[in-house]
Design a protein around this ligand. Structure first.
Ligand SMILES: Cc1cc2nc3c(=O)[nH]c(=O)nc-3n(C[C@H](O)[C@H](O)[C@H](O)COP(=O)(O)OP(=O)(O)OC[C@H]3O[C@@H](n4cnc5c(N)ncnc54)[C@H](O)[C@@H]3O)c2cc1C
Length: 444
């Protein structure tokens, strides 16, 4: 049994009493905070790291996914609008975003992650969000079904924030779990494998760009046959707005038993970081040796933290199910949409992709953001209420931004009822979202 000690009781200062507190400044948290402030709420955003963006900037991505769908072989339609469009416009003004790039049926919008850090700062400031970086939510105080305070820690020590409503956009549902909400950990404890992301510079991008995913797979499998212990051989080469730079999403992190790390366990999280960097070194050697265009390439940066696909999935009033995704269910109470495939990073060197029919999409029901058993807590982003398999489709950046926008908009609307999130009429929420340019009928 773990030895324990009793922490002495202490009084902590109340740092702030905003209307809305957003915990976590990733894709969902940025959108949630901007939307809440836009709706007239005094909004505070706390973030554990020193910049906003979460996975987008700390891990870095090949591009925004889930923002568009392929309608017929050539035509694209947007699936996510609203605040995502503003983000894209702000990046475009810095020459830091490319048009959607296709890898077969996979589609992404490449962006430059350093610029995104600046753009995120500018965007939340434009909406008047109070931001506190290097500040982690570590505990909660509840009164029955009401979350009355979030305890935070930062360089100033320990303090409380007492908002009227909280949006948990921590990705790991830290707030909801602490407040006693029910959650699942992936599929009965098995989550998707994580990856450490990296970028390479000095790439002959004219050559690299022409490589298809099957061609890269063949080259990497050749390296495996030659004795390189690559855990994954399926990947694409993601172009970057910076010249000669590509982004690679190719590592696959496993414990010595070959299982995915459980990344809300601090020991495992720490070990995953180390394993990820070792894999980056291995892939650098293999790409230089086997992949055309990479002979003179070098790793230019490694994500500041391991890329976590899946940890806690909160239980909400509704659950996004595998059936919703496979049947392209357009729930009448949808507050965000997605057409992204079921993208599963499971066992083996492969990644499985199951695409929706062209031009098809599904809706994320409002209840997937409403935490069961709590009155004034919403979730947004990758810690939404979803089944493991459905999560494999909805977790990408586009839908996370759309969910954040919906949560922030709803939070502001709930203030007239003291932050009781179930007071929000979904039809009014949808109307507000549409009036801000959110897309609830893609391709329509
Ligand atoms: C390896 C990998 C590759 C991916 N590739 C793509 C891709 O190419 N395109 C794409 O669209 N999507 C991709 N995704 C998925 C997508 O990027 C993420 O699921 C999405 O960005 C998640 O956004 P989020 O805001 O929900 O969570 P996160 O990005 O995880 O943000 C959560 C934020 O909360 C902060 N936080 C956490 N706990 C606390 C706390 N207790 N207190 C305060 N702050 C806290 C974190 O520091 C972080 O900034 C990828 C994911 C991974 C892991």
């Amino acid at each position: 049994m773990t030895r324990t000690i009793v922490e002495p009781e202490r009084h902590v200062p109340v740092l702030a009493e905003p209307d809305v507190l957003v915990v976590g400044g990733g894709a969902a948290g940025i959108a949630a905070a901007c939307a809440a402030a836009r709706g007239g709420a005094r909004t505070m955003l706390i973030e554990a790291w020193g910049c906003l963006g979460g996975t987008l900037t700390l891990v870095t991505l090949g591009g925004f996914c889930g923002t568009h769908m392929i309608v017929d072989d050539e035509r694209l339609a947007r699936v996510v609008g609203g605040l995502y469009l503003e983000l894209e416009d702000r990046l475009a003004a810095r020459d830091a975003v490319l048009p959607p790039q296709r890898h077969g049926r996979i589609l992404g919008v490449p962006y430059e992650s350093a610029s995104l850090k600046l753009v995120a700062d500018e965007m939340v400031a434009a909406y008047g969000v109070r931001v506190m970086l290097h500040t982690s939510a570590v505990a909660t105080v509840t009164d029955g079904a009401r979350l009355t305070a979030v305890i935070v820690e930062n360089k100033g020590g320990r303090a409380a924030i007492a908002p009227r409503i909280v949006i948990d956009a921590s990705g790991d549902a830290d707030v909801a779990a602490s407040a006693g909400a029910d959650f699942a950990l992936g599929d009965a404890g098995t989550t998707q494998y994580a990856s450490t992301m990296f970028r390479m510079c000095g790439v002959d991008t004219a050559v690299a760009r022409a490589l298809t995913r099957p061609q890269i797979r063949e080259l990497l499998e050749r390296a495996v046959a030659d004795g390189y212990a690559l855990p994954r051989t399926t990947t694409g080469v993601h172009m970057n707005p910076l010249e000669g730079v590509v982004h690679l999403n190719v590592t696959k992190l496993a414990n010595p038993k070959g299982e995915p790390f459980l990344l809300v366990d601090p020991e495992q999280l720490s070990e995953a970081e180390r394993v990820g960097r070792q894999q980056v070194k291995l892939y650098e050697e293999v790409f230089r040796r086997y992949v055309p265009g990479f002979a003179r390439a070098r790793v230019m940066d490694i994500g500041s933290r391991v890329g976590v696909r899946e940890t806690r999935l909160v239980r909400g009033d509704s659950v996004l199910t595998e059936g919703h995704v496979r049947n392209c269910t357009k729930s009448g109470d949808r507050i965000a949409c997605s057409s992204w495939p079921l993208e599963l990073h499971g066992q083996g060197r492969d990644t499985t992709w199951e695409f929706l029919p062209e031009g098809e999409w599904y809706g994320v029901p409002w209840g997937c953001l409403v935490v069961a058993g709590l009155d004034n807590l919403l979730v947004a982003g990758r810690n939404l209420s979803a089944e493991h398999t459905a999560h494999a489709s909805v977790r990408v950046a586009g839908p996370c931004i759309a969910m954040g926008e919906a949560a922030g908009t709803a939070a502001a609307m709930s203030l007239s009822a003291g932050g009781a999130v179930r007071s929000v009429a979904v039809a009014a929420l949808q109307q507000n979202l549409r009036s801000e340019g959110a897309i609830l009928d893609p391709g329509g």
